[in-house]
Design a protein around this ligand. Structure first.
Ligand SMILES: [Zn+2]
Length: 74
């Protein structure tokens, strides 16, 4: 594989949130964290474009709590 091919490959498969390489099991994201963040953004109705700010693990855990609480309310 040449350099151009590698670059093209990477371009095709970057995380929709943070531009890291996608993981097969979390497409189109790189990790469960980005997948969860994106899901939370859509569900809370204020989807934003990716910012340079990377949420901490604690924020992701809060989001998990938030989502499970929301599930229980329905
Ligand atoms: Zn990501």
């Amino acid at each position: 594989m040449g350099l151009v091919e590698i670059m093209t490959f990477n371009k095709k498969a970057v995380c929709a949130l943070c531009d890291k390489p996608q993981a097969k099991s979390y497409k189109p994201f790189c990790s469960a964290r980005c997948k969860l963040i994106d899901l939370g953004n859509w569900m809370s109705g204020d989807y934003k474009l990716p910012s340079e700010e990377v949420p901490s693990e604690a924020e992701v855990l809060d989001l998990s709590d938030y989502l499970s609480q929301k599930k229980q309310q329905v």
